[in-house]
Design a protein around this ligand. Structure first.
Ligand SMILES: [Zn+2]
Length: 255
């Protein structure tokens, strides 16, 4: 979130002095993925191999600000100043001067990611949803699910202050897994043994699972613990959806 200090000669969509929010993703706007509005999957802005571990020749996803050379080696992310490539594509112009910085700040990352998770869960008004993880993305997913009409939202975490905030702000049913041994079983009981319509894994890399999973995650042999995902799937009724948010999803809101 900031003010455009200067623009290069190829920039036509912004002017010096504009207020903008920058998404973490750097997207070209022209490739196969960008033309489908899958900007985080842009295949032209990360010149390296990205996080691809196999030897297949698939292209990596978009470059990201401040995420090391795995994501293109672009400085920035949470820097005071950042040089923005492809500046005709990514920046969101904030035209309304009455919006404070704090009101639009989350458009850069966690709000679109939470929104995308909520939309991917594919449920409408009156639905029940479980969200595993009450971090920023989980909270934004709860806000978006509430906006999209969810009737009951279960939220699983073990940080009580986060659960308390989510309960007070978004009306979720908090489940602290330090106190409730099997959150999925709790949710199944609470939904007449149907399970929820959809669940969202919003934990990402820090999932607290079994000792084996913790070791695998620490040694980077596994991307993250599967505990959250298993809980999400277990709590979901048959023929419905579990929506998984990658640790670096960086979705973008539709125009
Ligand atoms: Zn692209």
């Amino acid at each position: 979130m900031g003010i455009v200090e200067d623009v290069g000669p190829g920039v036509t969509q912004l002017r010096k002095g504009d207020r903008v929010v920058m998404p973490f993703t750097i997207s070209c706007g022209d490739c196969m993925f960008c033309t489908r509005q899958l900007f985080a999957a842009c295949e032209t802005t990360n010149p390296g191999r990205g996080t691809i571990l196999n030897r297949k020749d698939i292209r990596p996803g978009a470059g990201l600000f401040g995420y090391s050379h795995l994501y293109g080696g672009y400085p920035g992310g949470q820097a005071e100043f950042v040089r923005v490539p492809k500046a005709n594509v990514g920046p969101l112009l904030i035209p309304d001067s009455s919006l404070r910085d704090e009101q639009v700040l989350f458009l850069s990352d966690i709000l679109p990611t939470g929104y995308q998770a909520a939309v991917n869960a594919e449920v409408g008004p009156g639905s029940t949803v479980a969200i595993v993880g009450a971090g920023p993305v989980g909270l934004m997913a709860a806000a978006c699910r509430r906006m999209l009409g969810a009737e009951q939202i279960f939220m699983i975490d073990h940080h009580q202050y986060r659960l308390d905030f989510a309960a007070a702000t978004y009306g979720v049913v908090p489940i602290n897994f330090d106190q409730v041994d099997d959150p999925a079983a709790y949710i199944i009981d609470a939904t007449g043994h149907h399970g929820v319509d959809a669940s969202i894994d919003a934990v990402g890399f820090e999932a607290k699972g079994s000792t084996t999973e913790t070791v695998l995650t620490t040694l980077k042999l596994e991307g993250s613990s599967g505990a959250a995902l298993r809980q999400a799937i277990a709590a979901t009724r048959r023929v419905n959806a579990a929506s998984v948010v990658p640790a670096v999803s960086a979705g973008q809101l539709p125009p």
